[in-house]
Design a protein around this ligand. Structure first.
Ligand SMILES: Cc1cc2nc3c(=O)[nH]c(=O)nc-3n(C[C@H](O)[C@H](O)[C@H](O)COP(=O)(O)OP(=O)(O)OC[C@H]3O[C@@H](n4cnc5c(N)ncnc54)[C@H](O)[C@@H]3O)c2cc1C
Length: 417
């Protein structure tokens, strides 16, 4: 019997089909592993093409083992940004402390990766694009689950039936909305809002981050390389989410300008750049916490299921590890209900530990009161005088990746791990 024959666990003897919504981090990683295990995979992505560039994200701890097993670690090492320093400024723009970034993030210098989100997405996509069907510029219209599969219609027209559907479509997941209900039910607001945009690097910054803090407000300039542009972030505390500003760029700009109206340092220039930026990205800082990650034949992975927020720096790592665990569970368990249960059982503790790295309004980077800011600054000065840690935060590596043994349906040479 061939490997493909062995995958015939559905009537009609064909490979099990999986539709994944979203082609950023979790989606292509899941596609890679499912394809390895012999599933027929389709990925639908609403953007017209893979998005390159973007802000830097981290790959740490257990997630490093995932990318190593995928064979893309060397490529990601080449894309590593190797940020040199993180400098904190006070309200008047004077230096508080200048540190190695890992001293603050809890990462491990020399081991952890920091790459542009687009570089990671591209490495994942390149590893699987020849074996998997990608549908760019489209998205799921409707999902209708029944005993034998999921009937899917697409926004650009047409309908198909898949054995399983997985939402890897991010914090504001469309798939989650269709199957599990409104985002508010799962949304945990962490007490901050932020605006991100790019602006000309007139600051002479090279591979470094500078952060200005006042109580409840922060302005960040992040230079990924020695390029012409830097990433700017304006973050501020807000006890309640500003619902009026959602989907209204003018209201978002107005809100940020009001909050930072009297701010010093480079903030006035940043606000001027924000006004004309064509890539302004505004959102509340929040997590997704769900009691379960699957419903019938539909499951969620990555930010869609358990976004930890950028305050943890663990979103991409959870997406990579979650994709590995979900694909392995589906390969090891013939029954999708049992597979989804195994995925949750074996991943949830790791996810929760990483989500718990931050609470509401208590982010180390964004103290909300003058006293908390003073205490934070004292801590930073102490860290600056401390040798770098050789081990990262325990939560980052709290899951040892299992070696999945595919069911009799799959031969071990196919897994390649
Ligand atoms: C400003 C910022 C800074 C961050 N910094 C860090 C950091 O330092 N470290 C870190 O680890 N993480 C960071 N993150 C978080 C990190 O980007 C996410 O956790 C990670 O990208 C999650 O991957 P994902 O694939 O689950 O979702 P996403 O990366 O959000 O991807 C979702 C994909 O689904 C697509 N999509 C959305 N809706 C649909 C639809 N209806 N149909 C089809 N496709 C759809 C989107 O276009 C996108 O391609 C940051 C996030 C932000 C916003």
């Amino acid at each position: 019997m061939t490997r493909t024959d062995e995958l015939r666990d559905v009537p009609g003897g064909r490979r099990r089909t999986v539709l994944i919504s979203g082609a950023s981090i979790a989606g292509p990683a899941l596609a890679f592993w499912l394809n390895r295990y012999g599933f027929a995979v389709t990925v639908v992505e609403k953007a017209g093409a893979l998005r390159d560039g973007g802000y830097p994200i981290d790959v740490r701890g257990t997630a490093l083992d995932v990318v190593r097993r995928m064979g893309i670690l060397p490529r990601l090492r080449d894309a590593h940004i190797d940020l040199r320093r993180l400098t904190f400024l006070d309200e008047g723009g004077a230096e508080v402390a200048s540190l190695a970034p890992h001293a603050v993030t809890g990462g491990v210098a020399g081991a952890d990766l920091e790459v542009r989100r687009g570089a990671l997405a591209d490495a994942l996509h390149s590893a699987v694009r020849d074996d998997v069907e990608f549908l760019f510029g489209d998205s799921i219209g409707t999902l209708d689950q029944h005993r034998h599969g999921v009937d899917v219609t697409f926004h650009r027209g047409g309908s198909r039936t898949f054995d399983l559907v997985v939402g890897a479509d991010g914090l504001h997941s469309h798939t989650r909305g269709l199957v599990f209900g409104a985002e508010e039910r799962f949304h945990r607001y962490l007490g901050y809002c932020f605006a991100g945009f790019t602006l000309p690097n007139t600051f002479g910054l090279v591979r470094e981050t500078t952060m200005w803090n006042a109580p409840g407000r922060a302005a960040v300039l992040y230079a990924v390389g020695d390029e012409d542009d830097v990433h700017g972030f304006l973050t501020f505390a807000r006890p309640q989410p500003p619902l009026h500003a959602f989907r209204n760029p003018e209201a978002q700009r107005g809100l940020v300008e009001g909050v930072f109206a009297d701010a010093e340092w480079e903030v006035p220039g940043m606000m001027a750049a924000m006004r004309t930026a064509d890539d302004l990205f505004f959102d509340v800082v929040s997590q997704i916490r769900m009691p379960r990650w699957a419903d019938g034949r539909v499951a969620l992975v990555g930010d869609a299921a358990y976004a930890p927020s950028f305050l943890t720096g663990q979103g991409s790592s959870l997406a990579l590890v979650g994709a590995y665990m979900l694909a392995g569970s589906l390969a090891a368990e013939r029954d999708h209900t049992a597979a989804f249960a195994a995925y949750e059982r074996d991943s949830r503790a790791f996810v929760t530990l990483n989500q718990d790295l931050v609470g509401t309004g208590d982010a180390l980077l964004f103290p909300t009161t003058a006293r908390a800011l003073e205490e934070r600054n004292a801590l930073l000065r102490g860290l600056a005088a401390t040798p770098p840690a050789v081990e990262g935060r325990p939560a980052h590596a709290a899951l040892a990746l299992p070696e999945f043994t595919p069911t009799a349906a799959l031969s071990s040479d196919r897994t390649g791990v």
